[in-house]
Design a protein around this ligand. Structure first.
Ligand SMILES: [Cu+2]
Length: 405
């Protein structure tokens, strides 16, 4: 078993933040036998371009003469991250001054079942073991201080690019950790809204890691909480954190999903599947049915739920069947939310918040309303809502029966 971070193909060093890219280029050549010969050079060229980006960010850091950050006036607090679809304990309206919010994430590589019915599985690359990674919540003006730890038994290097942050490729240029390493990154949340974060080791490793589950969301709340377009406060009772994940799982000649011994073993096959741009699965929270049946989301009539939808790689169009997006923030929390939305839009590489107060009991399907993806690729969640039915809103006046001919 060869660790991906040390492919033995190229001389490299700890400061060479391009290592993932080096491998990406090497594997592209290895995989070239299975591809049209004209394709491999283009992939290599793309990787070189991406590699140069990282080189630039690295030089920027070493040549800096910046002063230390002024941390006076900040209070240190620890945020215990929890697995999706749940949200960490937090205040909607900030009390006290700005905080330095300490969090820890482990880059865990684990074999996950994607679809129990077909046996489809993936060596998922994760933050803290879940797809998506945990939801992080802070307020505008806070600092997030992340300890990123790569376990010694990992096969790959990882890092993190926070779309909510400013500089150094979202922190991606400063957080490369190899197995057995950890790093600490602190960034200031200056833009209120929901944002994606994802791993971005360089070159083709970027989409490889992102489409293996290595992404999640940060919510940066305004200090005085959410507001409607007229400045009235909006509060929620609960959060449903939904990460949509497109997977490109390699299949054998019989159309069965391939299985692999270790993380990274699927690299060349995955790149070929990814190049089709056609996902084999598009699922919520890591697997088909992860948020349905016994694992469905729960709510009560009158309860206001903030649905946070993350998609780090691909456009999506969430729709709550039987409900609406009363308030939807596709952009910043400083913009007035859109109201009464039927279906909203998540640009690939972003996270969106939608607020709804349930008015009827029953089962609501929350889907990607590209219904091929919703019904056939897995992008469906269920809200099971308890409460009393309101005939004023809907009533079956006559049950289905055979009509007279
Ligand atoms: Cu990674």
């Amino acid at each position: 078993m060869t660790k991906i971070i040390n492919p033995g193909l190229v001389k490299t060093s700890r400061r060479n933040v391009l290592r993932g890219t080096v491998l990406a280029g090497a594997a592209a050549v290895v995989g070239a036998g299975a591809m049209a010969a004209s394709r491999a050079p283009r992939l290599t060229k793309a990787n070189t371009t991406s590699a140069n980006l990282y080189k630039a960010a690295s030089q920027q850091l070493s040549e800096t003469t910046a002063k230390p950050a002024d941390l006076s006036g900040y209070t240190r607090v620890r945020q215990e991250l929890v697995a999706p679809p749940f949200a960490p304990a937090h205040e909607q309206v900030a009390t006290g001054g700005p905080k330095i919010i300490e969090i820890t994430m482990k880059t865990t590589e684990r074999l996950m079942v994607v679809d129990e019915d077909t046996g489809a599985s993936i060596w998922a690359l994760t933050y803290n073991g879940s797809v998506p990674g945990p939801l992080i919540i802070c307020h505008e003006g806070d600092m997030v201080e992340l300890t990123l730890r790569n376990p010694t038994d990992s096969m790959m290097e990882h890092n993190i690019d926070f779309h909510a942050s400013t500089g150094a490729l979202g922190g991606g240029g400063l957080t490369h950790v190899y197995p057995g390493e950890e790093t600490i990154l602190r960034w200031k949340a200056t833009k209120p809204g929901c944002f994606t974060y994802h791993c971005a080791p360089g070159g083709a490793m970027i989409p490889y890691h992102v489409t293996h589950g290595m992404n999640g969301a940060v919510m940066v709340l305004p200090r005085d909480g959410l507001r409607d377009g007229n400045g009235n406060p909006l509060n929620y009772d609960s959060i449903a954190y939904i990460g949509e994940q497109d997977y490109y799982l390699p299949m054998d000649e019989n159309g069965d999903f391939r299985s692999y011994e270790a993380a990274g073993d699927d690299y060349a096959d995955s790149l070929n599947a990814m190049r089709t741009l056609t996902p084999t699965h598009s699922v919520f929270n890591g697997a088909v049915g992860a948020l349905t049946g016994e694992r469905a989301l729960r709510a009560k009539v009158g309860e206001t739920v903030l649905m946070i939808h993350n998609q780090a790689n691909r456009d999506s169009r969430p729709h709550l069947i039987g409900g609406h997006g009363n308030f939807v923030w596709e952009s910043s929390f400083t913009d007035a939310p859109m109201t009464g939305m039927e279906t909203w839009f998540v640009r690939g590489g972003s996270a969106v918040a939608a607020m709804y107060t349930f008015e009827q009991p029953g089962v609501y399907a929350y889907v990607n309303h590209n219904l091929i993806e919703g019904a056939m690729l897995g992008a469906t969640a269920h809200f099971v809502v308890e409460g009393d039915w309101d005939n004023g809103l809907m009533e079956q006046v006559v049950a289905p029966h055979a009509f007279a001919t």
